[in-house]
Design a protein around this ligand. Structure first.
Ligand code: AMP
Length: 258
């Protein structure tokens, strides 16, 4: 396993410089992760990131980090994006694309990447395909995590996060030792604004609307790999590695760029 890459630069905007000088990999891996909110994409991205030494890049984390930096004034585009996020709606493609363009460095990084939550629409997927093609880069695979709806709602509504150290708990499956208090730093745990029932419904609706066309887009390019996300994170991770190991080597670039 490799050490986790630093993705602070991705979180801190267009001009930030990545502080991880050892990020280059002999064979950088590049993945997109798909799956409804709550399937555990973020956790899988972290595990895969450690395994492959590739940076975990989550656009949702970028938005949440921007929402938390109270002292810095936000750009109009970012304030606009956060409004959508708070209501559980997708941020408009144009705003998303301009944020991605700010961080082209991260996509070109010699350590590879795991994109979690981007692309979310076919329009975004086309932009990503064009960026990769222009930079002679290829995706290894698009991992699509699957979980029954009932399980997704239970995972999301029970999730609690620490605003101070970002630890994540779950009321049933991973309760803190003291109710409502972070085990690691003692801060009061919060429910993410977009994990409230109204927002959950909106997020799942927004996901369902875009997921099928997006999956078709990647299936046609022979990149889509479906993975059951039931069970523990470790079980899902092992399943992911097994599925990836079954894929043929990348020898048909015309498919990846189509
Ligand atoms: P996530 O943590 O990936 O569930 O993202 C949280 C929220 O950020 C989503 O509900 C959207 O409001 C916004 N968001 C993140 N990524 C995207 C994207 N690629 N396109 C549009 N909105 C996004």
């Amino acid at each position: 396993m490799n050490a986790k890459n630093d993705h602070a630069a991705w979180l801190h905007g267009g001009n930030a410089v990545c502080s991880d000088p050892g990020a280059d990999q002999p064979c950088p891996r590049r993945f997109v992760l798909l799956g409804a909110p709550g399937v555990g994409k973020g956790t899988q991205a972290e595990l895969l990131s450690r395994h492959f030494g590739a940076c975990h890049l989550s656009l949702g984390d970028v938005f949440r980090a921007a929402g938390k930096c109270g002292h810095d004034p936000l750009s109009p585009a970012m304030s606009h994006a956060l409004e959508f996020m708070r209501q559980g709606q997708l941020v408009p493609d144009q705003t998303v694309v301009s944020l991605i363009m700010e961080r082209l460095k991260c996509l070109r990084c010699g350590g590879g990447f795991l994109l979690d939550g981007f692309p979310r629409t076919v329009a975004q997927a086309r932009v990503l395909a064009a960026i990769l093609e222009n930079n002679s880069l290829q995706l290894d695979a698009v991992l699509d995590y699957k979980l029954p709806l009932r399980e997704i709602i239970s995972r999301l509504s029970g999730r609690r996060t620490c605003p101070s150290c970002a630890a994540v708990f779950h009321l049933k499956s991973l309760p803190p030792k003291k109710p409502g208090i972070c085990d690691h730093c003692g801060a009061a745990l919060l429910q993410r604004e977009d994990d409230r029932p109204e927002s959950i419904r909106m997020r799942l609706k927004a996901y369902a609307k875009n997921a099928e066309p997006l999956k078709r887009f990647y299936r046609r390019r022979e990149l889509l790999v479906s993975i059951e996300a039931a069970g523990t994170p470790e079980e899902t991770f092992e399943r992911s590695l097994r599925e990836l190991a079954r894929r043929p080597a990348l020898d048909r670039p015309e498919i990846l760029f189509a």
